[in-house]
Design a protein around this ligand. Structure first.
Ligand SMILES: *Cc1c(COP(=O)(O)O)cnc(C)c1O
Length: 354
C-alpha cells in the first residue's frame, strides 16, 4: 500500500532540531525531544539524537519500549497508570509524577528490579491539567517520597498551555524555583532539574526572560513544526513542512454545491449546511476521518478548498486550482500537530522517510 502517504523529510527535521537545541543550550537549558508523533519509529529518533537532543520523552510507554536499545535517557511524560508501573520502571529511566500511591508502587517495583527510578514532581501552576496545585501539599508529599528507597526525586516540573491555555511567564515559572529552594532548605535535598514546560516556554528564551534556574524543556511541536506554541510564532530558520500528507484522487466530477433532496444528518450525526456556488469540479481523495480530521489539513495548493469528509472519503473543490487534476493524481496537504499524530498512528497511512 502506498497511498495515502505521510512523507517525513529527514534533513528538514534535523535542521529544526539543530536550531532548537542551539536556542536551548545558549541559555543553559537541556533540550528533551518529545517523540509522541513518531509512533515508536527509531529512525526518526536517531535524527533527534544527531541534532543534539539530550533525552527522549514520550507519553506512551509502548513507544519508549520501542526505543529500549537507544542509549539515551528516557522520560515518561504522562503520569503512569498504576497498572503499567512495571513497564514504566523497565523502559523509562524517569517519569513525571504527582500521586503518592503511584510513586510508592514505582519504588516497590524498582526495588524488585534492583533499580532506582527517577521522578520529576509535577507542580500545577494554573493550567489545571496534571500536577500538585496547593504548595503545602508538595512539602507533605516530599516527606513521604524521601523515605522511598527505590525512588530518587531529581526535579520539579510543570506543564502549561495544554488544558487551560495558560502562557508560561517569568512570574509563574519563577514559582518553580521558589518551591525548589524551599524544598532544598527544608529537606537538605539537591533538586537538579527544573523542567520548565514544553514548546510554549520557548518565547521566554527569545525575550531573555526565562527564570535562571529553569534548566530543562520538553520539546515536541517546535521540533516538528518549527513554531513556539504560546503565540504560534515561527522560529527563525525552521521548516513547517517536515511532515506532509499525499492523497490520491479516486473521483473527479462536476456537481452542484448544494445536495439535492431533504437534508437530514451527515455521516457523523450533524446537520450539514451548504453555500450555493453553482456547479463545481469536485474531487474525492482516498482518506477519511478514520485517519485525519479536516481541521488538521491545509492544502498545499492554496486554490483547493476542503469541502467535507466522511469515514473514508475527503471531498475537495478543485474548480479554482490552476492545475488540471486528473483521476489518480495526488493532492498534497500540510498538517498541524494533531493531524501528524493521528496520521502517524493510522495503520492505513504509509510512512515514507526521505
Ligand atoms: C506533549 C508534552 C510535551 C511536549 O509539548 P509540545 O507542546 O509538543 O512541545 C511536554 N510535556 C508534557 C508533559 C507533554 O505531555
Amino acid at each position: 500500500m502506498t497511498y495515502p502517504k505521510i512523507t517525513i523529510n529527514k534533513n528538514k527535521l534535523k535542521e529544526n532540531v539543530e536550531i532548537l537545541v542551539d536556542i536551548c543550550k545558549r541559555d543553559g537549558i537541556s533540550p528533551g525531544g518529545v517523540t509522541k508523533v513518531f509512533s515508536g519509529n527509531s529512525e526518526l529518533v536517531n535524527i533527534l539524537i544527531e541534532g543534539g537532543i539530550e533525552f527522549l520523552a514520550d507519553s506512551r510507554i509502548e513507544n519508549l519500549e520501542e526505543f529500549k536499545d537507544i542509549p539515551l535517557a528516557k522520560l515518561m511524560l504522562r503520569l503512569p497508570m498504576l497498572s503499567e508501573v512495571e513497564k514504566i520502571v523497565e523502559y523509562a529511566d524517569m517519569s513525571l509524577n504527582s500521586e503518592l500511591l503511584t510513586i510508592k508502587k514505582l519504588s516497590e517495583v524498582a526495588l524488585e528490579k534492583e533499580k532506582v527510578h527517577k521522578i520529576i514532581l509535577m507542580i500545577d501552576l494554573g493550567d489545571l491539567r496534571e500536577g500538585i496545585f496547593e504548595e503545602s501539599e508538595v512539602y507533605e508529599l516530599i516527606k513521604d517520597i524521601i523515605k522511598l528507597k527505590g525512588i530518587k526525586l531529581i526535579g520539579l516540573g510543570t506543564n502549561l498551555t495544554c488544558h487551560g491555555g495558560v502562557i508560561p511567564t517569568h512570574h509563574n515559572l519563577k514559582r518553580l524555583s521558589e518551591i525548589k529552594e524551599k524544598i532544598e532548605e527544608k529537606f537538605k535535598l539537591n533538586i537538579e532539574i527544573l523542567s520548565g514546560g514544553n514548546s510554549s516556554s520557548l518565547h521566554l528564551l527569545e525575550k531573555n526572560d526565562m527564570p535562571a534556574q529553569i534548566n530543562q524543556l520538553r520539546l515536541g511541536e517546535s521540533l516538528i513544526l518549527g513554531r513556539e506554541t504560546a503565540y504560534g510564532n515561527r522560529i527563525k530558520g525552521t521548516h513547517s513542512d517536515v511532515f506532509q500528507l499525499i492523497t490520491e484522487l479516486i473521483e473527479i466530477r462536476e456537481k452542484p454545491s448544494i445536495p439535492i433532496g431533504e437534508i437530514g444528518l451527515d455521516a457523523f450525526g450533524r446537520k450539514p449546511t451548504f453555500i450555493d456556488k453553482g456547479k463545481r469540479k469536485r474531487g474525492i481523495c482516498a482518506i477519511g476521518k478514520q485517519d485525519i480530521d479536516i481541521e488538521d489539513l491545509i492544502a498545499v495548493d492554496k486554490n483547493i478548498n476542503i469541502i467535507g469528509q466522511s469515514s473514508d472519503h475527503l471531498i475537495v473543490d478543485l474548480t479554482d486550482s490552476k492545475d488540471e487534476y486528473k483521476l489518480g493524481d495526488k493532492v498534497k496537504f500540510d498538517l498541524n500537530y494533531g493531524g501528524i499524530l493521528k496520521l502517524m498512528t493510522s495503520k492505513y497511512v504509509c510512512k515514507e522517510i526521505k
